[in-house]
Design a protein around this ligand. Structure first.
Ligand SMILES: [Zn+2]
Ligand SMILES: [Zn+2]
Length: 212
């Protein structure tokens, strides 16, 4: 006999002794009492209906029974309504509230931030043009490889300040695209495509990562 059934049957036996479950036969009671293990864990002892919690129903789907709760507001949620976050399952409302607190840049700040990204794209384009023009070949690629991340970090700072050090949804992706799209044509113009595009690619991906 396994722990679970031993525990629940001995529970029934105890309940019967107290007159709660009159249907348990005395013979079974004796047998179970003899088999009772002293180390049966208490948490498996769920035979008593009074101690088991009432069933939960999803807050958005009243006829769906669930075992999940949002770990922030404690609202019952079904698997479809749950969002898995690094800190556990949460309801969509709590996730959205968290994001609104995080993305605080207003319209004005976003306009300034993306204008700064456009300026950053032109600056990067100029750098890519000059590098491609004067430093071709292996040395140019090497320089682009090391200059790109440094330049990207500086341009990320420019965008970050332009946006008043606030965030908006996907702004790092949008800023990186603006920078890359404006800078790439200059890389093509320089006559040294690989050096220019390597610089632009390294700088734009660094900018994307810095603004996360
Ligand atoms: Zn919640
Ligand atoms: Zn639901």
């Amino acid at each position: 006999m396994d722990d679970l059934s031993a525990a629940s049957r001995s529970k029934e036996a105890r309940a019967a002794a107290q007159g709660k479950n009159a249907w348990v036969k005395p013979a079974a009671l004796m047998e179970d009492a003899a088999e009772e293990r002293p180390a049966a864990p208490a948490r498996l002892d769920d035979g008593d209906p009074a101690s088991s919690p009432p069933p939960l129903f999803c807050a958005n789907h009243p006829n769906r029974e669930t075992l999940l709760r949002c770990n922030k507001c404690n609202k019952p949620i079904c698997p479809q309504c749950a969002v898995q976050t690094p800190v556990g399952y949460r309801c969509k409302e709590c996730v959205r509230g968290q994001q609104d607190k995080f993305y605080t840049a207003g319209r004005r700040e976003q306009v300034l931030g993306y204008a700064a990204a456009a300026l950053a794209g032109l600056l990067l384009g100029g750098a890519a043009f000059l590098l491609g023009l004067f430093m071709g070949g292996f040395f140019g690629l090497l320089l682009a490889f090391f200059l790109g991340p440094a330049l990207g970090g500086a341009l990320a700072e420019l965008v970050w300040r332009g946006m008043g050090r606030k965030r908006a949804r996907n702004f790092n992706l949008i800023a990186a695209l603006i920078v890359a799209l404006l800078a790439a044509p200059f890389a093509l113009l320089s006559g040294n495509l690989f050096v220019g595009l390597l610089l632009v690619g390294m700088a734009a991906s660094t900018l994307y990562a810095r603004l996360l």
